[in-house]
Design a protein around this ligand. Sequence first.
Ligand SMILES: [Zn+2]
Length: 241
Amino acid sequence: MAKALSPDPSPACGRGEICEPLRDFHLKDPRLELIATARRMAECGINRGTSGNLSVRHGEGFYITPTGMEYTALEADDIPWMPLGGNGESQDRRQPSSEWRFHHDIYATRPEAQAVLHAHSTFAISLACLRSGMPPFHYMIALFGGDTVRCADYATFGTQELSDAALKALQGRSACLLANHGLLVFGKDLKQALDNAVELESLCEQYWRACQLGEPVLLTQEEMTEVLEKFGNYGQQNPLT
Ligand SMILES: [Zn+2]
């Protein structure tokens, strides 16, 4: 009887057995890793249908999920590449998500961003509809680079105005909420972008639940500074990975 092979954690991606199926994708074609991560968004409960979008930096531009396609139907050639400084039209067979502008502007202005994720997740939207960011009710808020997660001003989806508002809310942060819309995060790679989005949605839910019970006691600036310094000691921005 054939012996089952145990997973071979890849030193190339350093992601352990859970990401073993992604290893070859990661090495061969970033579009396939993008598709696999986009499908994980639904499995992780942060997205439904075609409402979110995801991108990964590649060369002097980025690959991004196309407009109006279910992630389950995507093939590598469905993923358009967009150049930095482009006008939003791709030379590939599909056109990019209508939200390509804030993906583009994050890559253009935040060199540390290697992957960008936008989702319409329930608890993030609930807070964003109050146009409320998150105060330091939990130390994990520091994961995103500061002592709050801001909510960007409202603007119509797909507009430059929305991208400008998002970039402002992201100053010094790797995540923000978009008023009456959803969440936006970036990371050093696709996996971290997804992890950060899942963590942000969890924090939104926890904050919402705490607010049902009373008024959460917030951490002080000193307490948050200590956490931010401790997170910095991991040698990378994200202590989850
Ligand atoms: Zn959206």
